[in-house]
Design a protein around this ligand. Sequence first.
Ligand SMILES: Cc1cc2nc3c(=O)[nH]c(=O)nc-3n(C[C@H](O)[C@H](O)[C@H](O)COP(=O)(O)OP(=O)(O)OC[C@H]3O[C@@H](n4cnc5c(N)ncnc54)[C@H](O)[C@@H]3O)c2cc1C
Length: 385
Amino acid sequence: MNFQFSEEIESLKEIVRKFVKEEVEPVANQIEEENAIPPHLVSMSKEMGLFGLSIPEEYDGLGLSMVDKCAILEELAKTHNGYTTLISCHIGIGSVGIVEFGNEEQKKKYLPKMATGEWIGAFALTEPDAGSNAANLKTTAVRREDKYIINGSKHYITNAHDAHVFTVMAVTDPTKGARGITSFIVEKGTPGFEIGAPEKKLGLRGSNSAELYFENVEIPAENVLGTEGEGYINALKILANGRASMAARCLGSSERLLEHSMEHALERKQFDQPIFNFQAIQHMIADMALQIESLRSFTYRVAWMVDQGERVVKEAAMVKLYGSEVYNKVADSALQVHGGLGYMKDFPIERFFRDARITRIYEGTSEIQRNIIASELNREYAPRG
Ligand SMILES: Cc1cc2nc3c(=O)[nH]c(=O)nc-3n(C[C@H](O)[C@H](O)[C@H](O)COP(=O)(O)OP(=O)(O)OC[C@H]3O[C@@H](n4cnc5c(N)ncnc54)[C@H](O)[C@@H]3O)c2cc1C
């Protein structure tokens, strides 16, 4: 394993770092206030190729490996997490299904436009009765000649209002449980397909989440993604492979919080000295640095395993769980180091503190990651009989 990035990736990281500092940071408060990403930021992100990071080069993307994608996401996550979510959802769960399971026609039709960001992607698995128990879907897709008719609803769907292309899981054979679920590509504007009002959330301002409604939505049979009956397995694979990139985002945000904390601790004086002189502060900061360092090694190791085509079910669950725990602990310590200033909206710490919380819930809660880890351990250790 060698985590030395190529010159190309180092230079892209530098470009993203500069973009984040000069373009995203200055409008972070505006995103918070308006709950919207300024259109010029989206346009600039498109021009930089950020929407095509993980789309193969033959479909006009940058075709980055998981390690390289994590390297860029780490930089992007150093700023406003709502902005980062627009891109990370698109390059992750929003488009990976088509990259991994799409046929040639589907790839040619969707990926070039997704690579430029002209068409943004979303992933629609969760329903009111199917959260952690994601196989318990009620949305149905009934075959009628060369079409499927979709009925049902989804909720909490990220990028719902921005997306043109939705990867939607629906039940095609209710007698087969998880094996009776199929994934479909559904385009915005298809008659009967409606998007609800934006959800009001604790954090991730600027990233929209909404319900999706399907009422007799006719989808051509050629929009089946992968094989009929494998939609649930596809969804699990999409989520599992994305877990390293979630960890990379937690890493980038945690690194930014450490930078803020060091700057503040060295500058802020109490009792006639910088608060960094107090051992209580030093220990909090030392723990932050330790957790970040171990998260960095773990993230790139799992990303590297994904690139080698290794089975990473256990490691991906571990790194997502660990990344979200590190980010939440680091955000809490950073707020403590900043004292009252950390609690104020004028300063970014409280925003990271709120945004950290979602990483323990979406793309599989911490409890579900622990269940996956335990089940994989059972698989490894249980006596074969
Ligand atoms: C901001 C946001 C964005 C999202 N984006 C998307 C998206 O783009 N696409 C999409 O499909 N979904 C999305 N989701 C949905 C997200 O993945 C689910 O919210 C998550 O999987 C949890 O499901 P739930 O909310 O129904 O909670 P529940 O499943 O009801 O869980 C409630 C609690 O019970 C625990 N629990 C449940 N089952 C078990 C068990 N077997 N063992 C131990 N504990 C258990 C959970 O861990 C949790 O603590 C998003 C959610 C949010 C909040």
